[in-house]
Design a protein around this ligand. Structure first.
Ligand SMILES: [Zn+2]
Length: 143
């Protein structure tokens, strides 16, 4: 038992030596790529495409490369950029879900000035909408 603990301590030391100066971080980008890799492999059980298998392999090796990378600043930049894009995409997805769920009662418009989403009760005809964020007026036609 003591021997096993000593061996584990040696492996732990070796692991720390190996990862010193490397990115060694399972960040959001890495985790999402692994999830995508698993999803693509599952999809490939039915499709059986070599190209899809290759793409899935890329989503496996890219996180491994990133974890062992010594260019820490660049890996952090990648994760930050990915995180911002992911957040914008999730917001868009949420709006799309609401748009479908409320299709009978409300309409969503995007302000041409500030890009904000505006939720308007549905009423047939032409209307003028004030953007609550920037105050700019614009006309919409509800069918
Ligand atoms: Zn606006």
């Amino acid at each position: 038992m003591f021997d096993l603990l000593q061996k584990l301590a040696v492996y732990r030391e070796k692991y720390y030596n190996l990862m010193t100066g490397r990115y060694a971080n399972w960040d959001r980008l890495n985790k999402d790529m692994i999830v995508l890799c698993v999803a693509l492999n599952f999809l490939n059980l039915f499709i059986r495409s070599h190209i899809l298998a290759l793409i899935a392999a890329l989503f496996f090796f890219a996180p491994v490369f990133r974890v062992f990378s010594k260019n820490i600043d660049r890996r952090e930049d990648e994760n930050t950029k990915y995180f911002q894009k992911r957040k914008a995409f999730m917001e868009w997805l949420k709006i799309m879900y609401k748009r479908i769920a409320e299709i009978k009662t409300h309409r969503y418009y995007r302000c041409k000035n500030c890009d904000a989403y505006i939720r308007v009760p549905y009423k047939k005809g032409s209307h003028t909408i004030d953007c609550p964020k920037c105050g700019k007026e614009f006309k919409v036609k509800m069918l």
